[in-house]
Design a protein around this ligand. Sequence first.
Ligand SMILES: [Cu+2]
Length: 121
Amino acid sequence: MLASGALAALGCHKPADSARDISIKESIAPQPVRAGIEIISFRLVNAANLPVTGAHVQLEGDMTHPGMAPVFADAIEVSPGSYKATMNFTMGGDWVVLFHIMMSNGRRVEQQMDVKGVASN
Ligand SMILES: [Cu+2]
């Protein structure tokens, strides 16, 4: 279990045009991010700042250089609107994590976060 104080917020991303009303606030721990297992925690809220509950979220990690297979992780909802996933960054370098979100009403939303400068082990 992670202490919330160990989480370093990476910032609140403005949603993409297709998901203007759904925003995501994410953090990743431990810091600094190193190759290997990291915990990605995130909160989904709607335009009224209410938690988006019951979403199924798959994370996809891609490196910014070609020739690497993506890594995937399924998130679990740990409290209403708050989710957590365990991602294995298989290499140091610059990553982009895509959030493939399927809301409980079936609507699909995409978000992403940049994870730059993952340290090599
Ligand atoms: Cu790579």
